[in-house]
Design a protein around this ligand. Structure first.
Ligand code: AMP
Length: 519
């Protein structure tokens, strides 16, 4: 296949917005390539060269930028690959000079458009996750394979060329890629949930786990050998002797486990993330820092046990296998529930203990290496504030005749007044609706068509995710995703949270630091 076809396809991709059309272009290119060139074609389409280190950067390319282009395309993909292999092999004295000469010779055989494409390719400027994902779909379509099978194979084998060859060989060849001990895979990532309610709506059956703010690790074991990798797949075996000891004591012969190491206080509460990370400093004296900052390991997934690949199984089964393998005390504490109150209590406890939040995991989904899939959600912030009810709007539908949507205010200590921060009708049970309608009507000061205004006396505990800027409310701030947790009839309105507290949370949100839970 001519290199110019890839350069043209790259141009067309840039002009096309439709995902389907992009996949069709890529798929056509892969189908048209002769068998032997397909691996190179797939790599180049995804923006990658096949040599791990070319030794060519901006400076080298700049130095040869004035090379006269060829008038006509004649260079093949295979010869570019062979030339790049030669380039990568240049080393020793005078290598800079020889590299430049070789590059110049390559560029002389390319048209101006091909030269530009080659530069982008060499500099890695075409590389992006979305492109790889499209190429995987295109491989499936060109080979008549199922996209899910191709994606699964890619989790285990990052070489697109090998994936492409296997896809053309059929389903069995794709299924033959195996998770191997000591070949780490990209860890599964999480999407963000806005709230417990949001998470429960997105997951038919959910497992909540503590989100431990430590360092992600993947533990591989085969017999007496154990190796440990970070989330970037760097090996850190030497840095975590505690993990090696734990893994050596596990009965299973072969294992691939996913988990987090974290420095804990004696009472089990977490030390800050930066403390854990001191164990991974470049020159950390392991034995010395180990004595000062012992690490604990908490596993949360099992990808392989003995001769069984487990990662394809739903989490429900993986979790059971993990528990059999490591025991509950070495696992991230968890709660399986569909009940928002129970889950809320779990989150509140997690935050109160100083954890980052919770992970919410779909019990019926497999492990998706490298993917920010729908199977895992992270839920970090849930602040609570005690606010005062300033007014309430009449409900509609099932709530007709009841005071439902609450106007919530914080106490402005400077002005001695209440300032509205938002409204909510979420989190109210039928029983609470009846109770609050009566309690609010007893405090009515005046009303209009929709709203009953009340004396600011009732305090309600409200959970919310963030404070955001608002032109609608007088303090210039509003609560995001507010929901009622409970009435605080033990608190007078003067002890409600103040506007100044809310300002602190807002300032922390703007600074991106996240604010402490006030609940
Ligand atoms: P984030 O880094 O905020 O995207 O959150 C994902 C990270 O949370 C993972 O990469 C893990 O390092 C970490 N984590 C902590 N506890 C858990 C858990 N129970 N399950 C999965 N990941 C966890």
């Amino acid at each position: 296949m001519l290199f110019s076809i890839l350069a043209e396809t790259s141009d067309q991709l840039r002009k096309t917005r439709s995902r389907l059309a992009k996949t069709a272009l890529l798929s056509q290119c892969i189908s048209d390539a002769e068998f032997a060139s397909r691996p190179v074609v797939c790599a180049y389409l995804a923006g990658d060269v096949r040599q791990s280190k070319l030794g060519v950067g901006y400076a080298a390319l700049n130095a040869v930028r004035d090379t006269e282009p060829a008038p006509k395309s004649s260079t093949t993909v295979a010869s570019i690959d062979a030339d790049l292999a030669t380039l990568a092999a240049i080393s020793g004295t005078g290598s800079k000079q020889r590299r430049e000469e070789h590059l110049r010779a390559m560029l002389r055989s390319l048209t101006a458009r091909e030269q530009a494409f080659l530069s982008d390719l060499v500099l890695g400027e075409l590389r992006q996750g979305a492109l790889t994902s499209l190429v995987l779909e295109a491989i499936a379509s060109a080979a008549g394979a199922a996209v899910a099978d191709v994606r699964r194979a890619y989790m285990l084998e990052p070489d697109l060329g090998r994936i492409c060859d296997a896809a053309f060989d059929g389903t069995a060849a794709l299924a033959a890629f195996k998770l191997e001990v000591f070949q780490p895979v990209q860890p599964m990532l999480a999407q963000t949930a806005q709230s417990i309610t949001d998470a429960l709506q997105r997951m038919a059956s959910a497992r909540f786990e503590l989100k431990l703010d430590g360092a992600r690790i993947q533990v591989h074991k085969d017999g007496t050998q154990v190796r440990v990798y970070t989330r970037n797949l760097n090996e850190v075996t030497h840095a975590v002797p505690e993990v090696l000891e734990v893994a050596a004591n596990l009965e299973a012969e072969r294992l691939v486990l996913d988990g987090e190491v974290i420095a804990l206080r004696e009472d089990g509460t977490p030390l800050p993330f930066q403390v854990t990370m001191r164990r991974f400093g470049r020159k950390a004296d392991v034995e010395k820092t180990r004595a000062q900052i012992p690490l604990s390991i908490r596993f949360f997934d099992c990808l392989l046990r003995d001769h069984t690949q487990v990662f394809d199984l739903p989490l429900r089964q993986r979790a059971a296998i993990l528990e059999q393998t490591v025991g509950a005390s070495l696992m991230a504490p968890s709660l399986t529930t569909a009940n928002a109150d129970e889950a809320g209590a779990f989150l509140t406890r997690a935050l109160a203990e100083g954890h980052e939040g919770v992970m919410v995991k779909h019990l019926e989904l497999p492990y998706e290496a490298g993917a920010r899939g729908a199977g895992w959600l992270k839920l970090k912030h849930a602040h609570t504030l005690d606010l005062v009810v300033l007014a309430a709007e009449w409900g509609s539908g099932r709530r007709r005749g009841k005071l439902s949507n609450l106007h919530l205010g914080a106490y402005d200590a400077e002005r001695g007044d209440f300032v509205m921060l938002g409204k909510t009708f979420k989190g109210l049970t039928d029983r609470l609706l009846v109770w609050q309608t009566e309690a609010l009507l007893a405090r009515e000061t005046h009303r209009d068509d929709y709203t009953v205004h009340v004396r600011p006396e009732l305090v309600v505990e409200v959970a919310f995710n963030d404070v955001q800027q608002s032109s609608q409310y007088p303090a210039g701030m509003a609560l995001r995703f507010a929901r009622v947790k409970q009435y605080r009839d033990d608190k007078p309105a003067t002890q409600a949270d103040t506007l100044q507290t809310v300002r602190t949370i807002f300032a922390a949100a703007i600074a991106g630091t996240g604010a402490p839970s006030t609940g």
